[in-house]
Ligand binder design. Structure first.
Ligand code: SAH
Length: 341
């Protein structure tokens, strides 16, 4: 079956043309799929019955089913656990910020990066998502919640640069004016720091925000909590980030989850500040969300660490914690469901 939802508008139009359809048909069907969230060709009331039947026989339109849904009583954050067509589950979070509604999207079922503090990677990676499955997370969150989504963060389950072609296609699809029409500057992509892939991404010159999950400025600590650092090192990562900035002109954002006694010492703030010299940067300190499978605890030094960075000229924010009452961080709901089932 043809995965029609993962095709871009040009491909869809060409594919239809080969089957004797006029050029406008591409836009028509693309809008049904990417704006209205049609889950069957029968819904496409402005297509002939014959065409609807032909398409149904050749194409699949994936759909997401709500496996679980939790709404935070504190801040209205909604967490969806979606069941994919093959029975696997992924999470999407809808967060209501002042600057607009933001969805946090997953790109893989599980993750193979092995970060010590992250629930998404506990059972490894099952498979990559398709571009259509990624689009559906945004689309069905919008349709189910009745909220218009204006921002996307690729900070859900999975490593975006470990499924890069899919993610690039996803970006193209949500950016399309006949689709969700979300501007690149409203999208953030978060990576654990795959250096070759960061170099490759730079070549596309996308206007999105690259977030790098740094979490430690020294190799000993970073290699201990993030296996991806082993054999690469922080220095090479920072050189890659500098190249990324020079190529794209986009300021990089660094994520730093504060872990008690691991990465929250004064000397680490000092080293971090030194590492960031040379290019505009923004540091986002994240209060660690405790994960059942991990012994790591949240730091009690977030404010002191922030102040120390600021004194050294670094732009820092502390991420506001949303959805704390609903397992809203990375992979927690999927883990919980896996344990219970
Ligand atoms: N694989 C990508 C994106 C997914 S995670 C990446 O590594 O960047 C999104 C962010 O949440 C990352 O910065 C990740 O390190 C962080 N994160 C994961 N588990 C966390 C936890 N328990 N507490 C706080 N932040 C966490």
């Amino acid at each position: 079956m043809v995965d029609i939802k993962s095709m871009n508008l040009e491909e869809l139009t060409a594919w239809l043309k080969e089957r004797g359809e006029p050029a406008f048909r591409g836009k028509q069907i693309f809008k049904w799929l990417h704006q209205r969230g049609a889950t069957s060709f029968d819904e496409m009331s402005d297509l002939s019955k014959a065409l609807r039947e032909k398409l149904s026989a050749q194409c699949s339109i994936g759909r997401l089913e709500v496996a679980r849904k939790q709404m935070s009583q504190q801040d209205g954050t909604i967490k969806y656990l979606w069941r994919l067509a093959d029975g696997n589950c992924v999470e999407t979070v809808l967060m209501r910020y002042q600057h607009g509604n933001t969805v946090c999207v997953s790109c893989q079922v599980g993750c193979r990066m092995g970060c010590a503090f992250c629930a998404s990677t506990v059972a490894g990676k099952v498979r990559d998502l398709t571009p259509g499955e990624m689009v559906d997370q945004v689309l069905f969150t919008q349709l189910d919640s009745g909220e218009v989504i204006s921002n996307i963060v690729l900070m859900g389950i999975g490593e975006p640069l470990d499924n890069m072609d899919t993610v690039l296609r996803f970006l193209e699809l949500v950016n399309c004016s006949e689709g969700l029409n979300i501007g690149m500057r409203h999208i953030s992509l978060s990576t654990c720091g795959l250096v070759d892939q960061i170099d490759k991404l730079a070549q596309y010159g996308l206007q999105l925000t690259l977030s790098v999950s740094l979490h430690a400025p020294d190799d000993e600590t970073r290699s201990q909590i993030m296996p991806v650092n082993r054999g690469v090192g922080v220095e090479k990562l920072m050189d890659t980030c500098l190249r990324y900035f020079k190529t794209t002109g986009r300021r990089i954002s660094y994520e730093y989850a504060m872990i008690d006694g691991v990465n929250d010492a004064d000397w680490q703030a000092d080293l971090l500040a030194r590492r960031l010299r040379g290019a505009p940067a923004h540091v986002n300190l994240i209060p660690l969300n405790e994960v059942e499978e991990s012994p790591l605890k949240p730091s009690r030094r977030v404010a002191a660490f922030q102040r120390r960075l600021e004194e050294r000229g670094v732009t820092v924010t502390v991420r506001r914690k949303l959805g704390g009452d609903i397992d809203a961080s990375c992979g927690q709901l999927r883990r919980k469901a896996m344990r219970q089932d």
